[in-house]
Write a protein that binds this ligand. Structure first.
Ligand code: SF4
Length: 471
């Protein structure tokens, strides 16, 4: 069992982040001042932070310390611990000692990919990716005025639940009655808050779940409500996460086009119909192609398609084949997500080996799909990582030309305000800070997650948000 004793600090979170990458699920024993990992090697480490900001991690016979420009304390303790565990386990991680969900924000602070490699031990291909993506994020962010507002409208329902889903969406087959009431509550919230918004809208995103799960009449009514209550400037980026082809009808496509929706997402995740069926998605790869063609015929030229590497029942080759087939369709945006086949926290040593192999092949297939995308003229424009995935990889949005999505960049950067409508939405205000050009102070205002409670308490939610944005 690995044991890390904290000395001179109480940054359990940072220590756990690094331990998790190497040794599986950690446990924080705060009364004893340590973090343990039952699946780790049988050693004890001391992770110390000194008053001058240096951090050293000691094993029985070695001291690990980075000699160079100091980072802030939270990053410094991660770095010395990463050096120790990497040496002891003879493993390196794709993102080195970067454990956060937004590696590009660290890349914003650096002048080259090389410095990410040297200061954070990021692997060269990931350092390049982060650096390139961070420059595109900055370009896109410069198009969104600080005083503007991005809007999110959430519909947390889906036609059926995908096996791998970790979102808060509900399977609509069990909640048909709620959907229409939910849509009405959304309209009510939009109506109540719209009068208080005096700021220009830079981008709007209708997401989920699957917003197109609404019946045509309700779907069109929601778009009417959005366009009649919110002052959406002409040409403003408005995305609808159409998501699942089994919910996209010609009527809904025409409604979106006629309302002025500029971007839609049609997400195959994989182009293997047998996988889609096993995952509980009620559509085939052919449905994806047909829906995509219908949308382009109707004039949509800005379409995003999501793919997932590491899906259950699939191997690296399947993901590469799916990437090729989606590239053939030539949508403006393709987003590559990485999924980790999570196991229970308590796993055997054989299963740890199994996960190691899964991690390797996922890493390779993601790298290969990036190469294919770049060769086809796509470049990365935004990126984030999810916590506790086990593989430590990332999700990356690719775009052709200047079609990168403003909302995604604004949302991930934590540098622009977001007003969120609907259950589970998170509104936020981001305040620039002197001397911190890359980091805003963020205040958040959460909306109740449960759809039924949201319907009942929509007035209260609207009031809370109006107050949050008036401060
Ligand atoms: S479509 Fe997306 S949100 Fe809905 S169940 Fe599937 S993964 Fe979850």
């Amino acid at each position: 069992m690995l044991e890390v004793i904290l000395k001179g600090h109480d940054k359990y979170y940072g220590v756990s982040d690094v331990v998790r990458m190497f040794c599986g699920v950690p446990e924080e024993l705060k009364d004893e001042g340590k973090v343990i990992a039952p699946e780790g090697p049988d050693i004890t480490l001391i992770n110390e932070l000194f008053e001058d900001g240096r951090s050293v991690t000691y094993s029985e016979n070695k001291a690990y310390e980075f000699k160079g420009k100091l980072l802030e304390p939270g990053r410094e303790i991660r770095r010395s611990l990463y050096m120790a565990l990497s040496d002891i386990t003879s493993k390196t991680m794709p993102w080195g000692c970067l454990t956060g969900i937004r590696p590009t924000l660290v890349a914003w602070e650096e002048d080259s990919a090389r410095s990410l490699e040297e200061r954070y031990f990021v692997r060269p291909d990931k350092a390049e990716l982060a650096f390139e993506t961070s420059r595109e994020e900055q370009r896109i962010l410069s198009l969104i005025p600080e005083e503007s507002l991005c809007i999110y409208v959430g519909i947390p329902f889906c036609p059926s639940r995908c096996e791998y889903c970790s979102f808060i969406s509900s399977d609509i087959s069990c909640h048909m009655d709620r959907l229409a009431n939910y849509e009405k509550a959304l309209e009510r919230e939009i109506e109540l808050i719209s009068g208080t918004i005096k700021r220009p809208i830079a981008a709007l995103y209708v997401g989920g779940g699957t917003p197109t799960v609404l019946e045509e009449k309700e779907f069109s009514s929601l778009l009417d409500s959005i366009y009649s209550n919110l002052n959406i400037p002409s040409g403003c980026e408005v995305t609808v996460e159409a998501g699942r082809p089994d919910t996209i009808t010609e009527g809904k496509l025409i409604s979106m086009r006629d309302h002025g929706i500029t971007r839609i997402c049609i997400n195959p995740q994989t182009m293997r119909s047998d996988t889609l069926a096993r995952l509980g998605r009620r559509h085939t790869a052919e449905d994806v192609i047909n829906t995509y063609r219908k949308a382009t015929d109707l004039g949509f030229d800005l379409i995003n398609m999501d793919l997932i590497a590491g899906l259950p029942y699939e191997n690296a080759k399947d993901h590469i084949e799916s990437t090729k087939r989606v590239i053939e369709l030539a949508p403006a945006n393709i987003t590559v997500h990485t999924l980790y086949k999570k196991r229970r926290a308590s796993i055997s040593r054989e299963q740890v080996m199994d996960l190691e192999m899964a991690r390797g092949s996922l890493d390779e297939s993601v790298a290969e799909s990036y190469e294919l995308l770049k060769a086809a003229g796509y470049h990365p424009y935004y990126m984030y990582r999810q916590k506790d995935t086990g593989h430590g990889l990332e999700n990356t949005g690719f775009a052709k030309g200047d079609t990168g999505n403003l909302y995604n960049v604004a949302m991930m950067s934590d540098c622009r305000d977001v007003l969120s409508f609907g259950a589970g939405g998170m509104s936020k205000r981001c305040f620039a800070q002197e001397g911190e050009p890359y980091k805003h102070r963020v205040e958040r205002c959460a909306t109740i997650k449960d759809a039924l409670s949201y319907i009942r308490r929509v007035e209260e939610m609207a009031e809370k948000k109006a107050e949050f944005f008036s401060m």
